[in-house]
Design a binder for this molecule. Sequence first.
Ligand code: DC
Length: 235
Amino acid sequence: MEGEMVMSGAMRLKVVTIDGPSGVGKSTVSRKVAAALGWTYLDTGAMYRAVGFQCRQAGIELADSAALNVLLARLDIRLLPPLHEGDDVRVFLHDEDISAAIRSPEAGMMASQVSALPTVRSTLTALQQKMGRAGEIVAEGRDTGTVVFPAAAWKFYLDAPPEERCRRRVGQLRAKGQAVPDEAELLAQIIERDRNDRERTIAPLRMAEDAVLIDASELTADEVAERMLAVVSLL
Ligand code: DC
């Protein structure tokens, strides 16, 4: 069947999953792996960011499940390839380009909060599974190997200590011309997001049992991508 392959007797999806905590470099690596394979890059975090953005824009309290259900029933998120190589995917919400607005540390925190809500998770997980049904996808997030695509043929978990991830994030924000007045505050946000993402009840951030662990601390994005591609080419 298209998009599926036989591995050790079990049907495996022709999907690569890359999970790990925030700021570990998953997006850069995922884009590189997807480009090398000629597959589609699925940025699941961008979808949680879009929902968080829409809740804030519409003034919806996260405890207001009725309003949230209406928002989710009408959700219209489109992910498009970036205009320039190396940029994040472009994100449209009901035809509004929210690509830049969802990339701030505050938008990340909002995404982390909405991502703990069961209705948000079930809606986005179903959308992601639909997008990956035909295979040839590199999916990046927190639960892509454990929950969204448990049958993915290749799973990776990228990790690095929070201090190292903070250092990288400061570099990225400065490269985009954004000021980082308080690095200690950024580190505190990273640690808080880690806690939110790891301790939530549904689909918490954790490594799938059959994932390959890669420590990103001492490696460049190219080196990480090469390691992943070496694993993918073995099968
Ligand atoms: O990868 P990111 O920083 O863009 O993700 C933003 C938030 O979205 C993250 O803190 C947790 C949530 N998220 C999630 O819960 N599950 C995913 N598969 C991807 C992201």
